[in-house]
Structure formats: structure tokens, C-alpha cells
Design a protein around this ligand. Structure first.
Ligand code: TRP
Length: 460
């Protein structure tokens, strides 16, 4: 998918270019659509009261997500290096400081930390493929599905195994070069996932509680919305769009000059948001129909969907297909999560792609055990946000990604000169002005305001 003819730009990517605009959009969509949409969005929406949270989330996607994503792509394409080197190079080139590289480094670390727990949850989906295929959920009662999930979480060995399997297969693919096969995988996976979600939606509509689910999701009740929930909504917007850590910057480095950055961003954001909303529309009616807990947390999808599949005709088959697709979606995201760190090791330390993948993957694998243990042998060990797993999610999604987003937008819109950014974004018309307003003021101010009030309400 990456071809090696240099385009007319002054600078050329060290790894080749995406073969087409579509290839880039597919790769970024593949990174964006993942556990964030189907596992995390419904559970945080449930934990934070539904409607008002969803509304704040959507505002963050548009007002913060879009400008950050466009900034990342334009910086990546301008620098044509890994995020650390790109920030350093552009910092110097634009007459600022080489220390902007630390923004790239923050992203490399965020990617490693996110992947460490991402791999564990992706491991859950792998084991749910097996559970589905062997008929575990056929006609299973609510109590049986919940009991099965609870005992799985307590099984340190099983969870370690699937975590190892997932990160191992990610290392394997990244080592062989991201380009091969990824485009095909995403081209098939996103539409297939969409079809499965629509099948599930059909079932959910007939569940008897569709209206209750819709009302929960779209009827805002602001009285229950605190600053912490707003911070979670904003963090979720960063997480689901894969922004704030240089991953999109790394992908942007391989983007040909002529592709429209705003068009590509809008397409990805729309696809990602549609899948998240669809997932929630499937899950909440089922939650209410089966009298499950909306604030169940990380296990929500793994209890709701198996229960529904178990009652459906052909449920074992659909359930297997669904969890295979979800594993696939997680896997195309995992590749993106590794990309900043791997590209950095390759360029900065002259490693081969294979060596870099093994080194980074090995580190991720080890850190991942902290998340494995958070559900069993360390489950009593809680502080601040909860378990180690909860704290890792908080640190990455609610702190590191938003802070990365502040620096990325400030750099792209204040430090970069107008000519450079206008050139990348294709002129200085209305779209350019909208981006500039978003990146100079709305996104950084919005992020800092939410962080400020969330900290303030936490300490008071
Ligand atoms: N967006 C991914 C998801 O929703 C998770 C993610 C966060 C990610 N940051 C990323 C994926 C960077 C790839 C690259 O599942």
C-alpha cells in the first residue's frame, strides 16, 4: 500500500507513501474504529448518565477532535518523520525550539501505555470468540452470562494467555511492515462491522426497550453532569479518534501532497462517530430489556451482547462473527498505537522494523500484566481512580492525550507560519479560517478549561 515514488514535495517520507487517498482514509479509520467505539463508548456513557454526556462527547468530537486531527495530519505531512523527529524538525524550521520533540515523546509513551491495556481487553474479545463458537452463550441465562464473565476476569492464566496472543500477533504484523494487508483488512472489516451492528440494531429494536435506550442516550439531564464526566467525555473523544499522541501524525507522514486534509478528517470522524453511536444504540435497549446495570463498567459489552446473542436464532454464529470482527478492529488500532514508537526507534536508533516491533511489543507485553492483574490478584489494590487499570486509563485518556492535543494545536496554529499551514490545508478560505480558530483558540482553551475545572472540583 505504500509506494516508493517521491511526490513533488521538498521532503520525502522514509517509508514511502500511501498508494491513494482512500488508502490513507482506510488506515486512519482502521486506527480510529476499535474498542474505543464498541467497548468503551457505551460503558462510559452508561457510567456518566447518558444523554448529557453523549452531547458533551459530540461537542468535543467536533470542536476539539476535528482541529486536533487536522493539525496532526498537517504536521505529519510537513515533517514526514516519526512524531518525535517531526516536532523537532518543524520546531527548528519554524524558528522555535527543538524541545517540541518532547510532545512527540509524550505521544510515544502514551501509545505504549494505551496499548498495554488495550491488548488485555482485545484479549477478552479473543476469548469471547472461542466462548461464542463453542456455544457457551446459547440460551444462557443472565446469571450464567454474568457468572461466566466474572470467573473469566478472575482467571489470571487465561487472561495472560489471550493478552500474549494479541500482542504477539500485533508484533508479528508490525514487524513485517504495516502496509501489507492492512488496507485489505480495513476495507473489509469496517463495512462488515457496520453490517453486524445493523443486524444487532434490528434485534435491539425488537427487544421491547428500544425507546428507553434511546431516551437514556439522547435525552440530556445536565443536573447529573459534573466536571469529571465532562473530562471523561473529552478524553473519550481523544481516545476514539486516536488523536493527541502523534499516531495520526505518523500516518500523515506518508500522505501524498494533493490529498485534502479536511476532507479526510471529516470522513474519518463521521465514520468513527457513527459506529460509536450505533454501538450504544444496540447496547442500551438490551441493558434495559434485560434489567442489567447501565453503570456496569468495563464488562458492559461482554455481558450485554452475549446475552442477546444467546437468545437470537443463529446466535452462536453471529456472536462468533461479531467478536472476530471486533478483534480485527482492535488489531488495526493496535498497529496504529505501536506506529509512533516503532517509527521512532527505526529512524532515531537505526533499528530494523522487526527489531523495533519486538522491543516495543515486549515492553507493552510486560506492562500489560499490570492490567491483567487488576482484575484478579491485584483487584483489591486500589488508589485514586481505582485499580491500576483504571488509573492507566485515566492517565492516558484524561491527561496525556488532552495535553498532547493542547501542544499539537498550539504548535500547528501559533508556531507554524501561516504560509506553511495554508499550503498544507489547501488555501486560506473559510475552511482554513475555521481550522485556525479551532486550533488557535477553541481546542486549547476548551481542553485547558475542562482540565482546570475537573482538577478544581476533584480537590475541593
Ligand atoms: N481509537 C482507538 C479505538 O477507538 C484507540 C486508540 C487511541 C488508538 N489512540 C490510538 C488507535 C492511536 C491507534 C492509534 O479503539
Amino acid at each position: 500500500m505504500l509506494s516508493h515514488h517521491a511526490d513533488d514535495g521538498k521532503r520525502t517520507s522514509l517509508h514511502g507513501f500511501w498508494s491513494s487517498r482512500m488508502a490513507f482514509i482506510l488506515a486512519v479509520t482502521g486506527s480510529a474504529v476499535g474498542l474505543g467505539n464498541i467497548w468503551r463508548f457505551p460503558y462510559v456513557a452508561g457510567e456518566n448518565g447518558g444523554g448529557a454526556f453523549v452531547l458533551v462527547y459530540l461537542v468535543c468530537i467536533v470542536a476539539i477532535g476535528m482541529p486536533v486531527m487536522m493539525s496532526e495530519i498537517l504536521l505529519g505531512r510537513r515533517g514526514r518523520r516519526n512524531p518525535v523527529a517531526t516536532m523537532e524538525l518543524l520546531g527548528r524550521e519554524e524558528g522555535s525550539s527543538r524541545h517540541w520533540r518532547y510532545v512527540g515523546l509524550l505521544g510515544v509513551i502514551a501509545g505504549i501505555l494505551i496499548l498495554s491495556y488495550y491488548s488485555v481487553i482485545a484479549g477478552w474479545t479473543l476469548s469471547y470468540v472461542v466462548k461464542s463458537a463453542t456455544g457457551t452463550f446459547v440460551d444462557a441465562s443472565k446469571a450464567a452470562v454474568i457468572a461466566d464473565h466474572e470467573s473469566f476476569k478472575l482467571d489470571t492464566l487465561a487472561m495472560s494467555l489471550v493478552h500474549t496472543l494479541f500482542i504477539g500477533s500485533t508484533i508479528f504484523v508490525v514487524a513485517r511492515g504495516v502496509e501489507r494487508g492492512l488496507e485489505q483488512a480495513v476495507r473489509f472489516m469496517v463495512p462488515a462491522l457496520l453490517i453486524m451492528m445493523i443486524v444487532l440494531l434490528g434485534y435491539s429494536i425488537t427487544s421491547g426497550s428500544f425507546a428507553t435506550g434511546v431516551e437514556f442516550l439522547f435525552k440530556p439531564d445536565f443536573s447529573s453532569l459534573g466536571w469529571n464526566s465532562i473530562l471523561v467525555a473529552m478524553g473519550q473523544a481523544f481516545f476514539t479518534l486516536s488523536i493527541g499522541m502523534g499516531a495520526i501524525m505518523a500516518y500523515g507522514a506518508y500522505l501524498p501532497e494533493e490529498t485534502s486534509i479536511s476532507g479526510a478528517s471529516a470522513t474519518v470522524v463521521a465514520a468513527d462517530t457513527a459506529i460509536a453511536i450505533l454501538a450504544a444504540l444496540v447496547i442500551f435497549p438490551l441493558v434495559f430489556a434485560n434489567d442489567l446495570k447501565v453503570d456496569e463498567g468495563a464488562g458492559l459489552v461482554f455481558q450485554t451482547l452475549p446475552l442477546a446473542f444467546g437468545q437470537m436464532p443463529g446466535g452462536a454464529f453471529f456472536s462468533t462473527v461479531f467478536f472476530i470482527l471486533l478483534s480485527f478492529a482492535a488489531w488495526t488500532s493496535a498497529i496504529g498505537l505501536m506506529e509512533p514508537a516503532v517509527a521512532w526507534l527505526v529512524e532515531q536508533f537505526n533499528r530494523s522494523r522487526a527489531q523495533a516491533a519486538v522491543i516495543i511489543g515486549g515492553i507493552v507485553w510486560l506492562i500489560g500484566f499490570a492490567s491483567v492483574f487488576s482484575w484478579n490478584i491485584w483487584r483489591e489494590f486500589t488508589f485514586f481512580q481505582g485499580t491500576v487499570f483504571d488509573n492507566l486509563l485515566f492517565l492516558t485518556n484524561q491527561v496525556m492525550l488532552p495535553i498532547g492535543g493542547v501542544f499539537i494545536t498550539l504548535f500547528a496554529s501559533w508556531v507554524m507560519c501561516r504560509n506553511s499551514t495554508a499550503e498544507e490545508l489547501g488555501g486560506s478560505g473559510g475552511l482554513y479560517k475555521a481550522w485556525r480558530l479551532g486550533a488557535q483558540v477553541i481546542a486549547p482553551l476548551g481542553i485547558l478549561t475542562v482540565l482546570f475545572f475537573a482538577i478544581k472540583s476533584a480537590v475541593s
